[in-house]
Design a protein. Structure first.
Length: 373
């Protein structure tokens, strides 16, 4: 029997997809280049690692791994409900927030339906949307005249909402640009959406943002029934390897999400470690302290190199290297520093750099100086 034309067999929405490109793993770089002390500032991970309480909680359940996880994630959902002042039925747990974003797309999208997001927005939105066969309406990013350049242009996004629109994705702040939306403008946008449109506000970097008019949009849920807020344990909580994220929404929306949620999507270790991480305020404070110092170090370092960067409130910053960034990325790899090229985000001259430990940031800045020379 000859091989079928697999591409023709694939669902139409899947045929045009490109797989998500993760940051290069450290071990891969070290293998390929024969280096030993490489630094990875490519995936917005917490440079301090997980907190001690999360690690201890994870260790403790290792002997229970023959059992399925608690399917509803009862304790974690209850704790998150308290944190967001909602009922536990408003929480949907995911295998990372990517899983939640995918569930949302599968519930609300399909052929003939549209979703709106911004140019330069997080790469998972196009994948989640297109896989369902829905059509993406991509709004051009702000050009700097009204709101920060590269940021979401809410007016342009609103213009693309039509009768077939069911979902709008907003990353606040956005990755890879680090741009963010203020409380008043974002709330007005949500309030003005028609009733047939759900809006997802992705707050993966919520804990890092230190701006007075940055909103905790989960507080709007009582008045904004079309809102879904997503959060994650992958970034500030330092648990990216365990894959735990969640949505907060109206319980009726959570009920729909649960219909497509894979059984046991959040594993036992992830559930207990996330719960413990929520109680580890010391680790979160230390994370933010290291982050602020590191961001200042990178921004002033780039300035000294004559490079401009997009002002970011996330734990990463997109720097304009003033030329096609692919060769600079390669040069940095040869110096043992992994960052993230963002040409796939229509930002060919930028590199996204995760804020690391002081010595890691210094390695990056020194390597950058050498490569650009
Ligand atoms: C990292 C990130 C996520 C979270 O991914 P997880 O699946 O929770 O690890 C979600 N949204 C944005 C914008 C991100 O950058």
């Amino acid at each position: 029997m000859s091989h079928p034309n697999y591409m023709e067999l694939a669902a139409p929405g899947v045929r045009g997809l490109q797989p998500y490109q993760p940051g290069k793993p450290l071990a891969e770089l070290e293998r390929e280049y024969g280096i030993h002390d490489a630094v990875k500032l490519a995936s917005n991970e917490n440079p301090l690692g997980p907190g001690a309480l999360a690690v201890a909680a994870a260790r403790e359940v290792l002997t229970d791994l023959s059992r399925y996880p608690e399917g509803s994630g009862y304790l974690l959902a209850e704790r998150l409900a308290g944190k967001h002042a909602v009922t536990p039925a408003a929480i949907t747990l995911g295998n990372g927030s990517n899983d939640v974003l995918d569930m949302i797309a599968r519930v609300f999208l399909g052929p003939g339906i549209e979703a709106v997001y911004s140019q330069h927005a997080f790469a998972v939105y196009p994948i989640a949307v297109q896989a369902t066969g829905a059509r993406a309406r991509v709004a051009p990013a702000a050009d700097g005249s009204s709101g920060p350049a590269y940021g979401h242009d809410l007016a342009a996004m609103a213009e693309r909402v039509g009768p077939q629109t069911r979902l709008v994705f907003i990353a606040n702040p956005n990755n890879p640009t680090g741009t963010w939306l203020k409380e008043a403008e974002l709330r007005a946008f949500v309030d003005d959406l028609p009733d047939h449109v759900m809006v997802v506000i992705d707050e993966a970097y919520f804990e890092y943002v230190d701006e007075a008019d940055y909103p905790d949009s989960s507080r709007w849920l009582a008045e904004c029934p079309n809102l879904i807020v997503t959060r994650t344990f992958s970034k500030a909580y330092g648990l990216a390897g365990l894959r735990v994220g969640y949505a907060v929404s109206d319980p009726k929306v959570a009920d729909l999400l649960n219909r497509v949620r894979h059984p046991f999507n959040v594993n036992t270790v992830g559930q207990v470690a996330a719960l413990a991480a929520l109680d580890d305020s010391g680790h979160l404070e230390e994370t933010l302290r290291v982050h602020r110092a590191g961001m200042a170090q990178l921004v002033s370092g780039f300035e000294r190199l004559g490079l401009s960067c997009i002002k970011s409130v996330g734990n990463f910053v997109a720097v304009d290297v003033g030329r096609p960034a692919a060769a600079v990325y390669e040069g940095l790899l040869q110096s043992g520093v992994i960052v993230r090229p963002v040409a796939n985000y229509e930002m060919p001259n930028h590199l996204r750099v995760t804020v690391g430990l002081p010595e890691e940031n210094q390695r990056l800045l020194a390597a950058m100086k050498k490569v650009l020379a």
